[in-house]
Design a protein around this ligand. Structure first.
Ligand SMILES: NC(=O)c1ccc[n+]([C@@H]2O[C@H](COP(=O)([O-])OP(=O)(O)OC[C@H]3O[C@@H](n4cnc5c(N)ncnc54)[C@H](O)[C@@H]3O)[C@@H](O)[C@H]2O)c1
Ligand SMILES: O=C(O)CC[C@@H](O)C(=O)O
Length: 528
């Protein structure tokens, strides 16, 4: 099968080599599409790769019938409608580490350009104006830099600013005193940081909570003559409020790499001589562009080939060692879900998954998603995947619970899935046998040992002589060959079960005939 990948923003040619070299991937690069043209074109593609320019809207996603993955060559995913992607079962991956250095270096370059009026003085010189008096700057040494958002880039900026002998103080909801001390910087509340800083640089994502974080109120609390830097996202700073604060003299200058609307040809902030600006160049280095394109290309290849990705945005990412522990259980988890929903033959109202043994101590949410996927696929079809399984369950008011239990019933690992429907509660347990693969080991209270694969029949009957023979004759009459068979019972003459694996699907005629046997209480055909 060949997967089709569309690239709509300029990506490093070296960076997309892994995609070009992949045998089952066909790459199309088209960076000139209008939104309307993209909505038409997207239908035939399995993957879409973008930087920050392409707007991946809900409308585009709804047209992307074959789309499985959106790759963002960079950090910010504010140009992608994540909610719509998740609802449609499309995974979004980004490249969070590749451009950290470049963005931090660009921020420092902007701070220095701002403090020494370099762009303005250069422009004057180009216009034959030699004016030393007009472009007197300020030193950075001993000034206080306020960093709002001390993540990857904010931290790198803080370290570099210390190299300029600045005092650094930061605000980040996750910043502890201990971490700040370790980094040799101060920390404070948002208000404390903006009140004390001579330069303020923002490095948060753009989200509901950070939109216009730096607004008229915030400017009012700042020192007179403060300098403002934004190399994160337009919209974190309220541009109208910034304009007013510069005109009033409250703000001495601003360095901006990002804007509320991009791209643009004219901007009133750029008419102010105190503003220096670049057109979203923070990540635009040869090195960063190559790394982010490689990272995202590799994740696209992994995903299209059914392997776990490294940098999912709408799924939690897991450390390598955890992934290595749980990956072998993905298949078992999905099959247990599928087996059990076939068994209950009703819509699930509650799903409870118990993990024990070696799964007791690890993050198991991907297994939970796989189990729920196995269950929901039976009712909702193949568009259910690990990205949207939990979302779809929630939308249908299906409660999904996950428990760790130390009772492993003698197995080195055990997953038990329990489903409650309107009329019943049923359970199935499975394990991964060293070297032998997945096994179902318990159905309700009965012990079994069966590979969760192919066609099966689960029969509940009364324990009495002759049932097995009569059942066998009916299957033989319908030309259905039994591959394996197991029986278990609660007590002699009590309730019992048979678990068969057969060579083809148990058709309705055979099923109905089996049900007519007096000793048989229930027959279920299961196809995994
Ligand atoms: N200009 C560019 O070309 C360019 C390049 C790369 C990244 N970026 C942007 O830079 C920003 C930072 O990227 P990163 O890789 O450092 O991200 P990150 O996720 O590592 O760091 C973001 C930090 O912001 C903090 N934060 C969230 N809400 C906050 C709030 N209300 N107040 C204070 N802190 C808050 C988070 O706790 C986190 O530590 C993003 O907006 C990203 O899109 C821009
Ligand atoms: O694509 C770009 O160059 C911008 C990248 C940057 O804004 C990011 O968030 O990673």
């Amino acid at each position: 099968m060949t997967f089709h990948v569309l690239i709509t923003d300029p990506l490093s040619e070296e960076g997309i080599q892994p995609l070009r070299e992949a045998k089952n991937i066909h790459v199309v690069v088209d960076t000139e599409l209008t939104p309307e043209q993209l909505e038409e074109k997207i239908v035939g593609f399995d993957a879409l790769l973008v930087r920050s320019q392409t707007q991946v809207t809900r409308s585009l996603i709804s047209k992307a019938k074959n789309l499985k993955i959106i790759g963002r060559a960079g950090v910010g995913v504010d140009n992608i409608d994540l909610e719509a992607a998740t609802e449609h079962g499309i995974i979004v991956v980004n490249a969070p580490n590749g451009n950290t250095n470049s963005a931090a270096e660009h921020t420092m370059a902007m701070i220095m350009a701002l403090s020494r009026n370099i762009p303005q003085a250069y422009l004057a010189l180009k216009n034959h104006e030699w004016n030393r008096k007009k472009y007197v700057g300020v030193e950075l040494k001993d000034k206080t830099l306020g960093v709002i958002g001390l993540g990857r880039i904010g931290s790198e900026v803080a370290y570099r600013a210390k190299g300029q002998r600045m005092n650094v103080i930061a605000y980040d909801p996750f910043l502890t005193k201990e971490k700040a001390e370790k980094m040799g910087i101060g920390c404070g509340t948002f208000e404390e940081v903006i009140q004390q800083a001579d330069f303020i640089t923002v490095h948060t994502p753009l989200m509901k909570e950070t939109r216009h974080l730096i607004n008229a109120d915030a400017f009012a609390k700042m020192k007179d003559g403060v300098y403002i830097v934004n190399c994160a996202r337009g919209g974190i700073i309220d541009e109208d409020a910034l304009y007013d604060a510069i005109v009033s003299g409250k703000v001495a200058g601003a360095a901006l790499d990002v804007f509320e609307e991009e791209p643009f040809h004219e901007h009133r902030l750029l008419e102010l001589p105190q503003v220096v600006a670049t057109p979203h160049l923070g990540a635009s280095t040869v090195e960063a562009q190559e790394i982010v394109a490689i990272d995202v290309s590799r994740d696209v290849i992994r995903y299209l080939n059914g392997e776990p990705v490294k940098n999912p945005v709408n799924l939690p990412s897991l450390p390598k060692d955890v992934l290595a522990t749980i990956e072998p259980y993905f298949h078992l988890a999905e099959k247990l879900g599928a087996f059990l929903i076939d068994l209950v033959k009703e819509v699930a109202e509650e799903i409870h998954i118990y993990y024990s043994g070696e799964l007791y101590d690890v993050e198991v949410s991907p297994l939970t998603r796989n189990t729920v996927k196995g269950i929901l696929k039976r009712h909702l079809g193949s568009h259910v995947n690990d990205v949207n399984a939990l979302y779809l369950a929630e939308r249908r008011d299906i409660t999904v619970r996950e428990s760790k239990t130390s009772s492993n019933k003698g197995f080195t690992n055990l997953i038990t899935v329990e489903i409650k429907t309107k009329s019943q509660t049923r359970r199935v347990s499975g394990t991964l046998l060293n070297g032998l693969g997945p096994r179902i080991v318990k159905v309700d209270d009965y012990s079994v040992d069966v590979t969760p694969k192919g066609h099966m029949v689960f029969i509940q009957h009364i324990d009495m002589p002759g049932v097995i023979g009569r059942m066998g004759s009916i299957l033989a009459k319908h030309d259905i060959n039994i591959a394996t068979m197991q029986v278990d019972r609660s007590d002699v003459g009590g309730s019992a079960m048979m678990m068969l694996t057969i060579d083809r699907h148990l058709d309705d005629a055979a099923l109905e005939e089996l049900k007519k046997l007096q000793e048989i209480n229930d027959v279920v055909a299961i196809d995994l």
